[in-house]
Design a protein around this ligand. Structure first.
Ligand code: SF4
Ligand code: SF4
Length: 148
């Protein structure tokens, strides 16, 4: 869900919940907020090499998405992907234009295709992802060192 309070300005998010799908999150995040799971879990996959997990739900929505399409971990939601939706320089909202107009089904499909096609991502977005990945790797190394 886009954050209407972010510094990126008004996003016109109507809280449809369409962008809140399962995503790879840190193991610690899953454990810290397991009690806030909102949906039946279909399967939980863990990737020990990167200390991350993917929690699949029966309706293929993010496990933290409440029935009213708000987020049960809103204050702590990760930067990627949660804070990047609805922001034109990062991932454009497929549902509604920056001016607040509903998109057609075709436009919706086009935006989804664009958001998932790396070759169409802006340099700014790729840089941001690289920074986040770098931070993640540093964190994994730190945890490994602490565990020695
Ligand atoms: S798809 Fe767009 S309108 Fe729907 S929750 Fe996400 S940012 Fe908001
Ligand atoms: S953590 Fe919250 S904002 Fe992020 S995808 Fe899940 S429900 Fe949406």
């Amino acid at each position: 869900m886009a954050d209407p309070d972010d510094n990126y300005g008004k996003t016109n998010c109507i809280r449809c919940g369409d962008c809140c799908e399962p995503f790879i999150m840190e193991d610690e995040f899953v454990e810290q907020f397991r009690s806030r799971f909102q949906r039946p879990v279909l399967r939980e996959q863990h990737f020990p090499s990167i200390n991350a997990a993917l929690v699949r739900t029966t309706d293929d929505k993010c496990v933290f998405l409440l029935q009213d399409n708000t987020c049960s971990v809103y204050e702590s939601r990760p930067e990627f992907p949660c804070k990047m939706f609805g922001i034109p320089h990062y991932l454009e909202c497929p549902k509604i234009t920056p001016e607040g107009k509903m998109r057609s089904p075709q436009e919706y499909e086009n935006i989804i295709a664009k958001n998932t096609d790396r070759s169409q991502w802006s340099d700014e977005f790729k840089k941001k992802l690289d920074e986040l990945a770098e931070k993640r790797v540093e964190e994994v190394i730190r945890q490994q060192n602490e565990g020695r």
